[in-house]
Design a protein around this ligand. Structure first.
Ligand code: ZN
Length: 371
């Protein structure tokens, strides 16, 4: 049963990961391997790319620079098989190189460097706990892959080329160096709970001022995913939002949903009632017509920023006031940035959002299995 719970958790969290990922400005769906960068650093090879062009001298020297900057190849380190879903090929690359691409896709580089470091450790933990080298099953999307770049399945990842393009000439190098620093300063570090790597280092964009217990949102009870206060993110653009539907549209949304709920326009207020809320403040269960739904289901039906909402019924319309953005479980990215602005370091940020965890290195945890 626990395994089924994990599977359900995995599916739901993948769906709900999307908004957290949108906080980054990465243009997803266009992710592509940077042929001058992702290849052959520390002996990485592309699997399934027969037509690799020879690199120019300029590209080679650029690679050397990057290699030095990321401390790759100075000592042996694990490599990860990344399935680039948009190109249908698997690339074998140093783990830290991969994490840099995830960081570029997951968090705005404008954020404080301590927040970026916290995000790097969370992303690295997610990656390591999917790697076959460390006893996991990998990702089934690509043949023999550990992980894929489809944000709806594993983690978002963006190449240097694409990221620099969207950052623009003015800020590109500055942001690239900042992200690289966040990777170097946390190199090899992952989150553990009871000395075991954390399997679900979840994160999301913006909380309502409090995060959620995992069991309230995903059914799976993880000791390190517990509701905590998140006080420093009121400046986040999606901290509060409002959505108004005409009463007809509101009724239609539920009629068209998989639940096919019938609502009567004449007395709609009496047919929709919040029954319970989570510790973090989200709607846990809500009566809609003759059905009882989760807040997460209503969020999905009405495409709300989160499941933390209140409802007001007007004469001919329905307004939902929504707090936060994302599933609310684990680390709030805007909250992490707020904590960093308050002078907290990445370890303090991680230990705040992931209760009872420690930060260890891959070598500490996997010993001789880690190269
Ligand atoms: Zn995947």
């Amino acid at each position: 049963m626990k395994e089924v719970g994990y599977m359900i958790l995995a599916i739901i969290l993948i769906i709900l990961f999307i908004p957290a990922m949108i906080v980054g400005t990465a243009k997803r769906g266009q992710v592509k391997v940077d042929s001058g960068e992702g290849i052959d650093i520390s002996g990485s090879v592309i699997v399934g790319d027969e037509n690799k062009e020879e690199k120019s001298k300029e590209e080679e020297s650029k690679e050397k620079d990057n290699k030095d900057k990321l401390n790759i190849g100075k000592d042996e380190e694990p490599c990860i098989k990344v399935f680039i879903h948009s190109e249908n090929k698997t690339v074998y690359m140093p783990l830290e190189e991969y994490i840099r691409g995830v960081l570029c896709g997951e968090m705005p580089a404008e954020f404080e460097v301590e927040a970026l470091k916290a995000q790097a450790v969370a992303a690295r933990t997610y990656a390591v706990t999917r790697m076959k080298e460390f006893g996991s099953k990998g990702c089934q999307r690509g043949e023999d892959a550990d992980i894929c770049t489809d944000s709806t399945h594993c983690q978002a990842w963006i190449s240097k080329e694409k990221r620099m393009e969207s950052w623009g000439a003015l800020n590109g190098q500055k942001y690239w160096d900042k992200v690289t620093k966040a990777i170097n300063d946390t190199k090899g570090q992952i989150l553990t709970f009871d000395s075991v790597p954390v399997m679900y280092p979840l994160y999301f964009s913006t909380s309502s001022g409090k995060t959620e217990n995992s069991e309230d949102i995903f059914k799976s009870n993880e000791p390190y995913l517990k509701s905590v206060v998140s006080p420093y993110e009121k400046e986040a653009p999606k901290f509060a939002s409002k959505v108004t539907f005409t009463t007809n549209d509101f009724i239609k949304k539920f009629a068209d949903s998989q639940y096919k709920i019938k609502l009567d326009k004449s007395n709609i207020k009496s047919q929709v009632k919040v029954l319970s809320r989570t510790e973090g403040g989200s709607v846990k269960s809500i009566k809609v017509g003759s059905s009882t739904l989760s807040g997460t289901s209503v969020r999905s039906i009405l495409k709300l920023n989160s499941a933390n909402f209140t409802i007001e019924f007007g004469k001919n319309d329905v307004t939902l006031s929504v707090s936060g953005y994302g599933h609310g479980v684990g680390m709030s990215q805007w909250g992490a940035n707020g904590m960093a602005k308050q002078g907290k370091n990445y370890k303090e940020i991680l230990k705040h959002y992931y209760k009872g965890t420690d930060i260890k290195t891959i070598k500490d945890v996997y010993g001789s299995k880690a190269k």
